[in-house]
Design a protein around this ligand. Structure first.
Ligand SMILES: *[C@@H]1O[C@H](CO)[C@@H](O)[C@H](O)[C@H]1NC(C)=O
Ligand SMILES: *[C@@H]1O[C@H](CO)[C@@H](O)[C@H](O)[C@H]1NC(C)=O
Ligand SMILES: *[C@@H]1O[C@H](CO)[C@@H](O)[C@H](O)[C@H]1NC(C)=O
Ligand SMILES: *[C@@H]1O[C@H](CO)[C@@H](O)[C@H](O)[C@H]1NC(C)=O
Ligand SMILES: *[C@@H]1O[C@H](CO)[C@@H](O)[C@H](O)[C@H]1NC(C)=O
Ligand SMILES: *[C@@H]1O[C@H](CO)[C@@H](O)[C@H](O)[C@H]1NC(C)=O
Ligand SMILES: *[C@@H]1O[C@H](CO)[C@@H](O)[C@H](O)[C@H]1NC(C)=O
Ligand SMILES: *[C@@H]1O[C@H](CO)[C@@H](O)[C@H](O)[C@H]1NC(C)=O
Ligand SMILES: *[C@@H]1O[C@H](CO)[C@@H](O)[C@H](O)[C@H]1NC(C)=O
Ligand SMILES: *[C@@H]1O[C@H](CO)[C@@H](O)[C@H](O)[C@H]1NC(C)=O
Ligand SMILES: *[C@@H]1O[C@H](CO)[C@@H](O)[C@H](O)[C@H]1NC(C)=O
Ligand SMILES: *[C@@H]1O[C@H](CO)[C@@H](O)[C@H](O)[C@H]1NC(C)=O
Length: 522
């Protein structure tokens, strides 16, 4: 093997003297190493020991091998450390993911000039991220996610021009995103999620032509979304959720056909969703613009997004009808359209349910707080064995609960509150054995409470107040062992209070006599 003098620091005379020592005294390789230490080697060892010094707690003892007292262990054998094959005493990898380490990163880390991977995710490291990382020009992967780092993102990181993955998510970083990150032209992952970063998104990030993941969600970023981001033609995931971004989404951003996930949720964005979204983002499986100020209608071209699993448009100002062909999206799992101004208040508003019957993965549907009228189509009984949650509260839906509701055996949450439902509570409901929350309050349900409700042993929330129910509260409800924070209505037999399985949080209200002040909360 040819040693490069530059890197090994060896010269002829040290080789000669080593050989002499070796030949004359038959001293082991390890001693030879000690005697022949080149500068880089001792620098690397010194830097590792300095790193260890910065760690104040090591509950799993992962650094117990990190010491220079035990000559049987070269530092390249220390746990979590890997050295170069070519330059055998140069550290290339430190991987101490999820080791429960407490402490901070020593600035000496910047002396490990062969380091390619520094992976310290999921520990409890704090303090500032040292600027000295900027000396690590060979660094490819920097993983500091899920720690407690403070201060700013060191500007000098932008000198690590070979970085491919930069993941500093879930820390306590403040300040702005350095413009210089735009020079890291090999970056594929930039994850700064869940910090307290402020300022604007640098336009220079549009220069990161290899980027596949740009994750800046859960910060305090403000200003507009720079149009330069639409140059990121390899981008798969763009997550800008939960910031204070404002203005309109640059329309060119919707042309990033490589996107599989787009989340702009919880900002102050406005504008409409382009009518041709279904053609421009064909690979999207997650589309969320919820909790913004989007206006206009739901484009029917969504139905062409055949990989879509999560569609979250809730809490905007969308109007019009729900496209009837939404059911063409067979992969749909979550459909959340709540908190808009959708529907006309008239019949047929909910006909789109008919189209959902082949969406066999649907797990959650929310249409709450809209203007939907009409009746709940009986097709609902044919859908969605996997449906776990159906939220329809605060609309103007009338008529009865369709027969066959008991087919939705996966339902855990069934919310019809604040509508105009009539008829009786269908006894078949007892077959929904997974029900945890049933909220039918503020409707016009009549008849008696089916005693079979008592079979729903997982129920914790039962809200029936403000209806036209009559008869006795069935004592069988006592078998709902986990029934706790009830808001129940009906004519209440005194003995219900003696049922030991109902907790002291039981709150019962009558349709004609209110025993307790209903508070309307879930
Ligand atoms: C040196 O390390 C080896 C391997 O872990 C261990 O068995 C030995 O006890 C250590 N010796 C000292 C003096 O720490
Ligand atoms: C290593 O890094 C530290 C702190 O950044 C510095 O003081 C020291 O001179 C560097 N060099 C060596 C050979 O340890
Ligand atoms: C990562 O951080 C989040 C929140 O900061 C925490 O809930 C989660 O448990 C952490 N994960 C690990 C594996 O430490
Ligand atoms: C940070 O980078 C600048 C040059 O951009 C350099 O002058 C400075 O010494 C670096 N700081 C550290 C701590 O390495
Ligand atoms: C960043 O690191 C965290 C913790 O290891 C991980 O959960 C997350 O998926 C990483 N981000 C990306 C984009 O890979
Ligand atoms: C980026 O990656 C390419 C291809 O792997 C490589 O040739 C180049 O040296 C890397 N670094 C920079 C700064 O472009
Ligand atoms: C985040 O930073 C802002 C200033 O930019 C500050 O007012 C706020 O308290 C910080 N929040 C947290 C949770 O640190
Ligand atoms: C990087 O982005 C900035 C701002 O968009 C631009 O002015 C600059 O020319 C770009 N630099 C390179 C090297 O692409
Ligand atoms: C949302 O948009 C509507 C209509 O364009 C406007 O009247 C309203 O002020 C906006 N609200 C916010 C919070 O931006
Ligand atoms: C879009 O979907 C409609 C039906 O919803 C279909 O007729 C049309 O061919 C699709 N277009 C493309 C480009 O997939
Ligand atoms: C559901 O799938 C069946 C079988 O592929 C098909 O005949 C039917 O038209 C589909 N219904 C809807 C509403 O898409
Ligand atoms: C359901 O409840 C009714 C009335 O309380 C009872 O007669 C019946 O045996 C129960 N069925 C099951 C499956 O528990």
């Amino acid at each position: 093997m040819k040693l490069s003098p530059q890197h090994s620091g060896l010269n002829f005379s040290t080789i000669l003297s080593c050989s002499l020592i070796f030949i004359i005294s038959f001293i082991s390789i390890i001693v030879m190493d000690v005697n022949c230490t080149d500068d880089n080697k001792s620098t690397d060892q010194f830097a590792l020991l300095a790193f260890k010094k910065g760690i104040t707690e090591d509950p799993l003892g992962v650094l117990s091998t990190w010491n220079n007292n035990n000559n049987s262990f070269h530092f390249c054998e220390w746990r979590g450390v890997t050295c170069s094959l070519r330059h055998r005493s140069r550290v290339t990898v430190i991987d101490l993911d999820s080791q429960g380490l407490v402490g901070s990163i020593s600035p000496y880390i910047g002396n490990l000039s062969f380091l390619k991977d520094l992976i310290l995710n999921k520990n409890s490291l704090s303090g500032e991220i040292p600027q000295q990382l900027g000396h690590l020009f060979r660094l490819k992967r920097l993983g500091l996610a899920n720690n407690s780092f403070e201060g700013q993102i060191p500007h000098n990181i932008s000198r690590c021009s070979n970085l491919i993955h930069l993941n500093i998510s879930r820390n306590h970083l403040v300040g702005s995103i350095p413009n210089g990150l735009g020079y890291l032209s090999n970056l594929t992952i930039l994850d700064l999620k869940d910090n307290n970063l402020s300022g604007e998104i640098p336009t220079s990030l549009g220069n990161l032509s290899s980027l596949t993941h740009l994750i800046l969600g859960v910060n305090n970023l403000e200003g507009i979304i720079p149009g330069s981001l639409s140059q990121l033609t390899t981008l798969k995931v763009l997550d800008l959720a939960m910031n204070k971004l404002s203005g309109m989404v640059p329309s060119s951003l919707y042309n990033l056909s490589s996107l599989t996930g787009l989340s702009l949720m919880f900002n102050q964005l406005h504008g409409s969703i382009p009518f041709d979204i279904g053609f421009t983002l064909p690979n999207t499986n997650h589309f969320s613009v919820a909790i913004n100020n989007f206006t206009g209608t739901i484009p029917s071209s969504f139905s062409n997004l055949t990989k879509l699993e999560i569609l979250q448009l809730q809490n905007n100002n969308l109007v019009g009808s729900v496209p009837y062909n939404l059911g063409d999206i067979k992969s749909l799992k979550i459909l959340n359209l709540g908190g808009n101004d959708l529907g006309s208040g008239h019949a047929n508003d909910l006909n789109f349910f008919d189209s959902l019957i082949n969406c066999t993965n649907l797990n959650l549907i929310s249409l709450v707080e809209n203007n939907f009228g009409g009746t709940l189509p009986s097709s609902i009984a044919n859908l969605m064995i996997k449906l776990g949650a159906l939220y329809l509260s605060n609309n103007q839906i009338y008529g009865g609960i369709p027969a066959g509701i008991q087919n939705l055996v996966g339902l855990t949450t069934f919310i019809l509150a604040h509508n105009l439902f009539t008829g009786s509570i269908p006894p078949g409901i007892e077959e929904l054995q997974n029900l945890v929350k049933l909220d039918f309050r503020h409707n016009r349900f009549s008849g008696s409470i089916p005693s079979s409700l008592g079979n729903l042993t997982r129920m914790t929330h039962l809200h029936l107040m403000y209806n036209e129910l009559t008869g006795l509260i069935p004592s069988s409800l006592g078998y709902c062992k986990s029934l706790q924070t009830n808001r129940l209505s009906g004519n209440i037999p005194k003995q219900i209070f003696e049922l030991p399985s109902l907790s002291r949080f039981l709150n019962l209200a009558n349709n004609s006599i209110n025993w307790f002040t209903p508070n309307g909360s879930l």
